[in-house]
Design a protein around this ligand. Sequence first.
Ligand SMILES: NC(=O)c1ccc[n+]([C@@H]2O[C@H](COP(=O)([O-])OP(=O)(O)OC[C@H]3O[C@@H](n4cnc5c(N)ncnc54)[C@H](O)[C@@H]3O)[C@@H](O)[C@H]2O)c1
Length: 255
Amino acid sequence: MSGLLEGKRLLVTGVITDASIAFSVAKVAQESGAEIVLTGYGRMSLVERIAKRLPKPAPVIELDVTDEEQLASLPDHVRKHVDGLDGIVHSIAFGPQSVLGGEFLNAGWEDVSKALQVSTFSYKSLATACLPLMPDGGSIVGLTFDATLAWPVYDWMGVAKAGLESASRYLALHLGPKGIRSNLVSAGPLRTMAAKSIPGFEKFEEAWVERSPLGWDLDDAEPAARAVCALLSDWFPATSGEVIHVDGGFHAVGT
Ligand SMILES: NC(=O)c1ccc[n+]([C@@H]2O[C@H](COP(=O)([O-])OP(=O)(O)OC[C@H]3O[C@@H](n4cnc5c(N)ncnc54)[C@H](O)[C@@H]3O)[C@@H](O)[C@H]2O)c1
């Protein structure tokens, strides 16, 4: 894959552990020639420690995607490391426990709105915050979990992902004229920190491993990361508003 992202300057959000999908994206992207700047949220010293495990240690900028001031100052912070961006990776989701795990009927608006703000609206917030860094176009890629179906324990996070899938199509519409593409990778279940916080997540795990025609490794984020890198590259120049499944083929088969 060497060279696929040669010369690309990428902002990658969402690294918290080395199991994070974003960590695999940053690793594969560096191996493919990209220059990476990370953003971290909350536990910054942990993110900085994890960033040093990449093939080439990457700088980390603090970013809470719900913080307007941090979003406004993001371009200045990014410019300390690179002179612009060719791509952005949104690998961020959060839902309070009350919106997941079978609590769909009981979850209140305050918690649901938090899930939607962090997991859905932030895709637009991050994109618009970075626009000054992408005057010549570029590629924005986010991560979803197939939102065309209702899943047993995903509840309002599923609604947030349906919103994300729609928001990506609207970004494709509004940013297309600026030469900016917006696409999502729909990954199968992976054992990350976010996934472990979902009560009953093992229900997905069992179904995927059993039913995916290609098989599915719950501990390997690299297939999803490779697809993200492909979408960031020049090899999808006319693709926008798309959702690419990286799920072992699970979405395509019945029981
Ligand atoms: N793990 C899976 O099974 C799976 C499957 C499909 C899609 N996804 C999606 O992949 C993306 C990455 O998740 P992951 O599984 O790698 O888990 P993860 O826990 O490693 O990453 C989630 C990230 O979201 C960040 N985050 C949460 N609130 C934030 C905020 N306010 N501002 C900025 N960052 C914030 C966390 O710091 C963390 O780095 C998410 O969108 C998730 O929904 C995950």
